[in-house]
Design a protein around this ligand. Structure first.
Ligand code: 6U4
Ligand code: NA
Ligand code: NA
Length: 158
């Protein structure tokens, strides 16, 4: 695995709710997920996380308020590029979520998440996020719906 592309994924929290977006186009279309995308050349990961959140649902957050909670690696059968995904969360934000070209945002109670319409790895690692753990996960997919194998472990620090 030589090729690696870095992606961001941001979760905004409010009381016992989490903001997800229904992806309207592209990779992960028709799934609920956090907000994020590719880190651009010469852009920091944090800057990309903030930019993608704003582009996809209109919210504004500060660099210092984003907590990096996970590092996830996704590989796909027959696909040479590893998705290197950096996951962040915050409960400090400005604005009201708006629908964009890419995402339809909606608040969910954390005990009523639409896991059947999310990436299948989410039901494996969301519990770590809700327990405020730092963690690393690696998921090997066949297509976009089947996890062939995975490993996940808590980290002391990111
Ligand atoms: P374009 O369409 O070029 O603007 P961009 O917004 O840069 O795309 P996108 O939306 O394709 O990138 O990024 C994929 C998003 O999906 C990232 O936030 C990472 C996330 N993601 C990918 N695989 C995932 C998986 N298995 N589980 C998960 N999130 C995943 O929870
Ligand atoms: Na995106
Ligand atoms: Na995007």
């Amino acid at each position: 695995m030589v090729l690696r592309k870095v992606y961001t994924l941001v979760f905004v929290r409010k009381e016992n709710q989490i903001l997800l977006g229904y992806k309207k186009r592209g990779f992960g279309m028709n799934k609920w997920n956090g907000f994020g995308g590719k880190v651009e050349p010469n852009e920091s990961i944090l800057d990309a996380a903030i930019r993608e959140l704003n582009e996809e649902c209109g919210l504004t957050v500060e660099t210092t308020d984003l907590k990096n909670l996970a590092h996830l690696e996704f590989t796909f059968t027959g696909e040479p590029v590893m998705m290197d995904c950096r996951v962040f969360s915050t409960n400090i934000f400005n604005g009201t979520p708006i629908e964009t070209e890419e995402m339809l945002p909606r608040w969910f109670q954390i005990d009523q998440l639409p896991f059947d319409n999310m990436w299948p790895d989410d039901r494996i690692w969301f519990p770590y996020m809700f327990k405020n753990k730092l963690f690393y996960g690696k998921f090997n997919f066949n297509g976009v719906d089947t996890i062939l194998n995975y490993k996940i472990r808590e980290l002391e620090s990111m």
